[in-house]
Design a protein around this ligand. Structure first.
Ligand SMILES: [Zn+2]
Length: 152
C-alpha cells in the first residue's frame, strides 16, 4: 500500500530545508551584528511554509524573531493565500518559548498577509507556526545555537 509507506496517517511529516541568509543590521540593545536566515517547510512532501529567523550573532539573551508564512504556494497564488505570523523567541530556564507578535513590517509580510498577535494567539494557526518554529530550531543548524542551554 503506497499511502501506508508514505505516512501512517497519524502524524504529518514536516521537512525543513534551509536556504540562504544575510546580515540584517545591528542589535538595538547591544550593537552586535544581526543575521536573518530563511528556508522552506514541506508538509507530507508538498510546499507548505517558509520561515525567516533573525537573531543576534553569539547572543542568546538578545531577542530573536521566527517569522513563518503558511499557506498555498503553487503557481498563481499570491501573498493573500498565505498568512505571515511573527514569533518572538526567548530561551527560558524551562526551554525555548515563542510568543506571537504583530507581523507588520517583517520581511515575511512581503510573501504573506501580515497577521496581528491578537488575531492569531490561541488559534490552531498559532499552534501550527509554533510547532514549525520548533522544528526549525531543531533541524536548521544555523540557528540551533539559539536552543542550547547557556554555558557558564
Ligand atoms: Zn543585543
Amino acid at each position: 500500500m503506497m499511502n501506508d509507506e508514505v505516512n501512517d496517517g497519524a502524524t504529518p511529516t514536516l521537512e525543513i530545508e534551509p536556504a540562504s541568509m544575510k546580515t540584517s543590521g545591528q542589535c538595538a540593545c547591544c550593537g552586535k551584528s544581526r543575521r536573518t536566515a530563511w528556508g522552506f517547510v514541506y508538509l507530507d512532501g508538498g510546499p507548505h511554509a517558509c520561515y525567516f529567523v533573525e537573531w543576534t550573532l553569539g547572543r542568546r539573551d538578545c531577542s530573536a524573531r521566527f517569522d513563518v508564512v503558511v499557506g498555498k504556494w503553487f503557481d498563481g497564488t499570491t501573498e493573500n493565500d498565505r498568512e505571515a505570523v511573527s514569533l518572538e523567541y526567548r530561551l527560558l530556564d524551562t526551554g525555548p518559548s515563542f510568543a506571537v507578535v504583530d507581523a507588520d513590517g517583517r520581511p515575511a509580510a512581503e510573501v504573506g498577509r501580515a497577521t496581528k498577535s491578537a488575531e492569531v494567539t490561541g488559534t490552531p494557526l498559532a499552534d501550527e507556526v509554533v510547532s514549525i518554529a520548533g522544528a526549525v530550531l531543531e533541524a536548521d543548524e544555523r540557528v540551533r545555537d539559539l536552543a542550547a542551554p547557556a554555558v557558564g
